[in-house]
Structure formats: structure tokens, C-alpha cells
Design a protein around this ligand. Structure first.
Ligand code: MSP
Length: 648
């Protein structure tokens, strides 16, 4: 019986330098693997490199190296990045390894013997410059679509895989098993593709043109087509696993980008089925990270974000957190440095970090760091929330809604924050130390659970959080550790520097500085100077122009949560939604509104005000209110308006 949850990343081209696309797929797979380990499952995560093909041979020749020597070096670049990004892979397979080549040869021979591979002729438009064929459809004005160079019609002998024979089987499988390709709209795309007759696949290339590949066992004038070779890795790693747990076929999930879905959802299941093997259980296609102008990030467009640069600037775990929180698996997402900073500041520095800081500070000041027992009350809403959040996280992860799982934990953190603020232990400690201790311990227990639930996303940082709460076991956490069980009681906590630092919002965050060479990364680029704004200059009569007015970006915003700032008479901290973005705002309205009155209100804010610190808390904007004598009233639209709309 299959007991191991087996998931894979694509095998990355050795010619590419690791970039955000590779990093995203791999971090996603790692986070899912770590969650399943936390759920108590045995997990096997496979990644590796795709090393055959003409381009690799050419790059090696250019570098004056033997192809394999070249692959050794370039494959290592991925391994180095994966160490840096904390990828817990169980096996790393390279298509140049003997354990892989043996299985490809076996599969080819089997298919050949049973008549599923036959000799045929391929006719197409060949570009001498690009050294490849194009179909009639690919050509642009009769020229090659890449460089616009001449092409000639050529006929070439080759070996063909009878894919057409299995088309009907595949369509039936997908019609009966709608989870096989995820998200479901991708399954529809695949089924759409399968509505056309499926041609047979040329699985060979002449070795005169392409020598760096696995020879066709019965005809050494040819090598195996790279996709036929590379796809087989997922299975060959189960036949000869390199180390660790041995995965059992079929794979549970192949995680791939949407650009390589057809090869995975059409060629690969047919190859397996023809070979007498089960197809993978699920193929999950994620979207692309786009540069700001909605262009796919890619090497050829020179707009690629190098993961190591972002990781160097903000820390590898912050980068993991951003990628997992800001991309809905399956959809595209825009990458911007500004969004990275906002996400880190709001979720990690403000919500989680600040709460931890307040808790450990009070413990150090009044309890010598020792955490009292977190007493539970009858129908305790915080304890109930803790139980729910664990359930929701698991459910979201099982549906690959990682952004949701994270948001659930953050909602829980905000609830702990509210509970803490309502109970005001910093004040009650002066009169009722026992009460205050219990209230602080509740928050500590809540943070322990939140950190455990976030541990697959940020294993090192959450380990530091747990250590601050005196939790000895920061590794090898299990699903029992997400129970509210008072585990923090009697732990010795420690108070220290912020685990989640706050960053300046880059004034004109561009993608390009991140794309510069790794070696040249300079931390100073983090806080670039503020963009030069044209100051508003009233004329002598005090009048401003319409242009001046237009410089002020007034927008509607929805109050998501509000909280009184401790030890400040007037200040209230608000979390607001401005369109797709969440912000924090500090305003002097404490004497006029309660948090309950504010939550849910739509207000008007100045959205393009430079962030300012008020009592050490960052305010990203200013709200509009009118004062009348002693009273103060917030400006709000008089009908229901969604947040983020510009006031004109
Ligand atoms: N070698 C093949 C895969 C063979 S698997 C048997 C290949 N390699 S790749 O190096 O190009 O890596 C592709 C992976 O990176 C894909 O999952 C692809 O979607 C992902 N990305 C490349 N650019 C991307 C973005 N800009 N955003 C997100 N992922 C994208 O294809």
C-alpha cells in the first residue's frame, strides 16, 4: 500500500540561472511538503535538473568544458539556492545520472517492443540558425518566429510514439477524474486541447545534430527527445531513489507552471499508461510571477527577479512568506518590491512581531520571564478560534490555498492582539498580578500555536519565535502542537530584538535593481530616497490649482480592525483595506470612537502621504475627519462605496 505523500517540482534547465519562477515552484512544493509532515504524514519531495539537449552542449562548448562537467557546475547553482531558501527536498535527480538513464532506456525498449514506437518521417520547416524545426503554423511571414531568419522544408527520419492510440483513454480519465488536473479551469484547457486529434510524438532527434542525450537503444543514430527523457525522472527516482524515504508510484502531485502543462497532462500520463504504469494522481499548474507591466518575468526579457537578491535583502524566509501569501496558487501575480515590504511590515512586523514583543516585554518586566499558566475560561472564544484555525489551515493546505492558510493564521494573530488589548495586562499588572499573568500567558499560548501553524512557511523564523517563548522543541513539530494545551506554562521566555524587522517602503520600487548580479547586492538599495514630489504652493490669495488638488490622492478605505494604542490618550491604530491592499493607519480618534464603532466603516484617507511614525507605530496615510467644538466626526461616503476608489 502506498503510504508516502510523494510530490515533485519540474526538473529545471541547467542552462538557466535560478530565478523567481524556479524559486516559486520549489518553495510552494517545500511548503506543502512541510505542512504534510506537520500533519504527521510520511512525505517525499523530489526536485532536480534537466540536463540534456543541444543548448546545454553548446553552452558547455562555449565555456570550454565537457558537457557533464558543465552540468555539474550549473546543477549545483540550483542546489545552492535551495539550501539558501530552506528547501527540504528528499531527493535531487539529474537526468544525466545512470539511475535515470537506465529507466528511460527500459521504458523506450518496452514501448518499442510492444509496437508503440515506430519509425517514421517528420516533415517541417528547419532553421539552420536556430537548429530546430518549426511547424507551418509557427512561421511568421514564412520566416522563423524567433529571429525572423529563413527556414527550409526538410524531411527527417525519426522514431514516433503512438500517442494517438491512447487519446480516448486519456479523455475518459479526465472526464471521470476531475481532480487529476488542478485548478479545474486548467483541466478544461487540457480537455479542449484533447478535442483535436492528437498526433504521434517524435521522440527522437538525430545524433548528428544533437549528441548530448540518451541514445535510442536500438538506433544509436538518434538520441531521446528531451521531454521524453526529462518527464521520466518522476518515475525513475522511485525505482532508484537516491536517499531517504523511498517514494511509491504514483506521484501524488506534480507541481508545475502553467507553461509546461501540456507535456505533463498529455504526454506524461500517456507514456506511463502505455508503459503499464499508473498516471500521477494530480497535476497542479500554478501561474506566473509577472513584472509590474504585466509581462511574464523571463530571462529573455531581462526582467527576472533573482531570488537570491530578494532573499539577501529581506531574508530568505521573508521571501518565502511573500511568495506564498501574495500568490493565489493557479493565478498570476505581480511582483513588486513595494508589495514585499508592505506585506512584511503589516503581517510580520506589525501583527505577529509586535504582539510577541509586547508579550515577552511584560513577561520580562513583571514575571522574570517565566510564563504563568494560561487559564482558560468557560466558552473561551480565543481557545475556540485556536481550534478552528488549525482545522482551516489544514483544509486550505489540502486544497493548495496556501495564501488562505496563512491569512487564517494572521486573523488568529489579530484576534490574540484584540484579546490582549481588551484585557490590558500592562495596566492590570499594577493591581492584580495574577490576573495579568493569566492574560499574558493566553497571548503567549496563542502565539505558540500561530508560530507552529506558520512553521512550514518560515521554519527558521517561527523557530526563533518559539524559542522566545521558551519552547524547547522548535523542530519536529507535530499536529498535536497546534492544540491549545497550555504548553507555554512555566517556560522561561526571553525578550530581544525584533525577529521581524520593519522596512522602509521603497519610494520607487522597481524590479530592475533586484535583477542585478547577486554579488553586487547592496543593502543600501533597500531604502532609496523618497521620490521628489512637487510641493503644493498656494498663490498669494491662498488659492491652489486643480493640478495641486490632483496631487492629493484621496481614497475610500474600509476599516478592517481598530485597536487603541496602549499608553496613548488619543491614538487608535486601524487596519484598513484600500482596494487590493491592506494598510495600517494611526489616528487621534480614541476619545471619539470605540474599535467596534470603527470596524466595518468606510472612511476617506489621504493615500499618498509619506508613511510616518507616530509613537513608534507606522501610519501609512491619514484619515479625514471634521472637528466641531469638542466632537469629532469621520468623513464617510453617504452610500455604500467599495474601498480604494479615488475621490474626485
Ligand atoms: N525543464 C523543463 C521542465 C521539465 S519537467 C520534467 C522546464 N524547466 S524550467 O527551468 O524552464 O523551469 C520551469 C519552471 O519554472 C516551470 O514550472 C515554470 O512555470 C516556472 N517558471 C518560469 N518562469 C516563471 C515565472 N515568471 N513565474 C512562475 N513560474 C515560472 O520547463
Amino acid at each position: 500500500m502506498k503510504t508516502t505523500f510523494y510530490l515533485t517540482t519540474p526538473l529545471y534547465y541547467v542552462n538557466d540561472e535560478p530565478h523567481i519562477g524556479h524559486a516559486y515552484t520549489t518553495v510552494l512544493a517545500d511548503v506543502v511538503a512541510r505542512y504534510h509532515r506537520l500533519f504527521g504524514e510520511s512525505v517525499h519531495l523530489l526536485t532536480g535538473t534537466d540536463e540534456h539537449g543541444q543548448k546545454v552542449a553548446q553552452a558547455a562548448a562555449k565555456a570550454g568544458r565537457e558537457p557533464l562537467e558543465h552540468c555539474d557546475l550549473t546543477s549545483q547553482r540550483y542546489k545552492d539556492v535551495w539550501v539558501k531558501l530552506g528547501i527540504s527536498y528528499d531527493d535531487f535527480i539529474r537526468t544525466t545520472e545512470q539511475r535515470h538513464k537506465d529507466v528511460v532506456i527500459e521504458l523506450l525498449e518496452k514501448l518499442y517492443k510492444q509496437g508503440d514506437i515506430y519509425e517514421g518521417e517528420y516533415e517541417g520547416w528547419y532553421s539552420v540558425f536556430e537548429e530546430r524545426f518549426f511547424t507551418e503554423k509557427d512561421l511568421v511571414d514564412g520566416m522563423d518566429p524567433i529571429g525572423g531568419r529563413p527556414v527550409e522544408k526538410l524531411t527527417e527520419r525519426g522514431w514516433f510514439f503512438r500517442m494517438s492510440k491512447y487519446q480516448k483513454w486519456l479523455v475518459e480519465r479526465y472526464e471521470n477524474y476531475s481532480d487529476a488536473v488542478l485548478p479545474s479551469f486548467r483541466l478544461n484547457e487540457v480537455l479542449g486541447f484533447l478535442r483535436q486529434p492528437l498526433g504521434d510524438l517524435n521522440i527522437s532527434r538525430p545524433s548528428s545534430r544533437l549528441s548530448w542525450g540518451i541514445p535510442i537503444p536500438w538506433d544509436t543514430d538518434f538520441v531521446t527527445y528531451v521531454w521524453f527523457d526529462a518527464l521520466t525522472n518522476y518515475y525513475s527516482a522511485t525505482v532508484h531513489p537516491a536517499k531517504g524515504t523511498s517514494p511509491t508510484w504514483p506521484a501524488d502531485y506534480h507541481i508545475v507552471g502553467k507553461d509546461i502543462l501540456t507535456t505533463h497532462a498529455v504526454y506524461w500520463p500517456i507514456m506511463l499508461h502505455a508503459g503499464g504504469l499508473e498516471p500521477p494522481r494530480h497535476i497542479l499548474a500554478h501561474g506566473w510571477w509577472m513584472a509590474k507591466d504585466a509581462e511574464k518575468m523571463s530571462k529573455s526579457r531581462d526582467n527576472v527577479v533573482k531570488p537570491l537578491n530578494v532573499a539577501d535583502m529581506y531574508g530568505p524566509e521573508a521571501f518565502r512568506y511573500y511568495m506564498m501569501r501574495d500568490m493565489v496558487v493557479g493565478q498570476d501575480a505581480n511582483f513588486s518590491e513595494e508589495a514585499v515590504v508592505k506585506r512584511l511590515n503589516s503581517d510580520l512586523a506589525n501583527d505577529l512581531g509586535n504582539l510577541l514583543n509586547r508579550v515577552t516585554k511584560l513577561l520580562a518586566q513583571h514575571f522574570d520571564g517565566v510564563i504563568p499558566a494560561p487559564e482558560v475560561e468557560d466558552e473561551d472564544s480565543l481557545v475556540e478560534l485556536a481550534g478552528n484555525v488549525a482545522f482551516k489551515v489544514r483544509d486550505s493546505v489540502e486544497k493548495f490555498a496556501i495564501h488562505n492558510a496563512i491569512e487564517e493564521v494572521l486573523q488568529f494573530v489579530r484576534a490574540i492582539n484584540r484579546d490582549f488589548t481588551d484585557r490590558q495586562p500592562w495596566s492590570t499588572v499594577k493591581t492584580d498580578k495574577i490576573r495579568a499573568g493569566v492574560d499574558i500567558a493566553r497571548a503567549a499560548e496563542g502565539i505558540r500555536i500561530a508560530a507552529t501553524l506558520l512553521s512550514p512557511v518560515m521554519p527558521v523564523k517561527t523557530g526563533e519565535v518559539l524559542k522566545r517563548l521558551g519552547v524547547a522543541k522548535a523542530e519536529g513539530l507535530t499536529w498535536e502542537d497546534v492544540d491549545w494545551n497550555g504548553a507555554v506554562e512555566n517556560n522561561r521566555s526571553s525578550h530581544g530584538d525584533a525577529i521581524f524587522p520593519r522596512y522602509d517602503i521603497p519610494a520607487s520600487a522597481k524590479v530592475s535593481p533586484l535583477a542585478k548580479s547577486e554579488a553586487g547586492t547592496d543593502k543600501k538599495t533597500l531604502s532609496r530616497g523618497a521620490e521628489a514630489h512637487t510641493p503644493i504652493q498656494p498663490d498669494e490669495d491662498g488659492m491652489i490649482t486643480i493640478e495641486d488638488f490632483k496631487n492629493v490622492d484621496l481614497r475610500t478605505a474600509k476599516v478592517l480592525a481598530a485597536e487603541a494604542v496602549e499608553d496613548a490618550d488619543k491614538l487608535m491604530k486601524l487596519r484598513i483595506q484600500v482596494g487590493g491592499e491592506e494598510r495600517q493607519l494611526v489616528a487621534g480618534i480614541k476619545q471619539h470612537y470605540t474599535p467596534e464603532q470603527l470596524t466595518g466603516k468606510t472612511i476617506i484617507i489621504v493615500a499618498n502621504l509619506q508613511p510616518a511614525k507616530i509613537r513608534g507605530i507606522e501610519s501609512q496615510g491619514m484619515l479625514l475627519a471634521v472637528r466641531d467644538g469638542d466632537s469629532l466626526s469621520l468623513l464617510t461616503p453617504d452610500t455604500d462605496v467599495s474601498s480604494g476608489n479615488r475621490i474626485s
